[in-house]
Ligand binder design. Sequence first.
Ligand code: TPP
Ligand code: MG
Length: 338
Amino acid sequence: MAKQAEKKNLESPAELEQYYRDMLFIRHFEEKCNVAYRQGKAGGYMHVYIGMEALAVGWMHSIKKAHDYVITAYRDHAHALLLGTDPVAVMAEIMGRKAGTAGGKGGSMHIYDPKNGFYGGWGIVGGHIPLGAGLAFASRYRGDDKVTLNFMGDGAANQGVVYETLNMAALYELPCIFIIENNEFAMGTRLEYHAADTELWKRGTPFGIKSERIDGMDVLQMKKDAQRIIDWVRKEGKPYLVEIMTYRYAGHGAADNDRQLYRTKEEEAENLKRDPVEKLKHILIERNIANEEKLEAIEAEILERVEKIYEEADASPHPDVDEVYDNIYTDMTPEKGH
Ligand SMILES: Cc1ncc(C[n+]2csc(CCOP(=O)(O)OP(=O)(O)O)c2C)c(N)n1
Ligand SMILES: [Mg+2]
C-alpha cells in the first residue's frame, strides 16, 4: 500500500491516518472544552475550532516543529495542540488551573508555549499581527531560515494595523505568511457586512505580496498548498498572504448561544456537507486504509484520551491567591540579568 501510494504520488496511509487522528482529536478536545464551560469549570471567553480543523492540521504538518514561529488570535487551542504543547496544560489553562501553560492566569485566549514555537494566543483583534512580523524580523536580523505563520480571522483582516504590517513585511522582505482564516463571520457579522471587498486574498497585492485563496476544508489539499507556500517563503525570504476558505460549526464563542440570529439552520446544514473530518473519513475508506470498525476504534481511543486529559486538568488546583501579582511585570532588577 505504501509503495502504491508513492507511485501515484499519494500521501502514505500512515500520514492520512495521522491527519485523521489529529482532526478528530481537536474536534473532541474542543467539544470537551464546551462541556467544561457549561459546567462552569472554564470561565472568561472561549472560542473553539470545530469545523476548521483541516486548516491548522495542514499548516502545522508543513512547518519545522519547535523551529518555525506560529502566532494567532484567541481561537488558539488547535494551533498549540498540533505544535506539541502538552494537552493537559492546554486544558488546565482553559480551566484556569496551575498546571496550565500560563499557570492558569491566561485562560483559553492566551495559550503560550514558545518552546514549541507558539507565541500565543491574543485577544485584541489584529493586535498580534505586528508581533508576528516582529518574529519574522528576528529571523531576518539573525539570518536564520525560520518561517513565521501569522494567523488571523476574516474580521481581523480589516484592522488598520494589519496594513501597516503588510507594508513593513514587504519593505523589509520578512519571511512571514499572513494566513486569513476566513470562516465567513466576525462574531455575528457576516463577511459581506464587514468587508468592502470580500476577496480578502487581494489584500496583499497592493504591497506586492504574493497572495492567493485556498480551500481549507480539504486537509490533503491544505497540506499540499501549505507545504508549497512555506517552502517558497523559506527559500525566497519574502512574505506571502493566503485567504483560506473555511467555516465554524460552533458559535463565535462559548457564550454565543443563538447562532440563528445571524445564520439559518439550513445554511449550517449545507456547510456540514463540507465537514473536513467526514471528507477524510471517506478517503480513508475509499483508499482501503481503514474500515468502519477501525474508524470507530480510533474515535473511541481519542474520546478516552480527551476524558483523561480533562480529568488530569481538573485535578490541578486553581492558582493561589498570593500569586495574583506574579508575572504581571517583568522583573527589571539588574541582578536578575535584565
Ligand atoms: C480590537 C478589537 N475589537 C473588537 C473586539 C471584539 N471581538 C472579539 S472577536 C471579534 C470578531 C473577530 O472575527 P474574526 O477576525 O473573523 O475571527 P474569528 O472569531 O472568526 O476566528 C471581535 C469583533 C476585539 N477583541 N478586539
Ligand atoms: Mg471569522
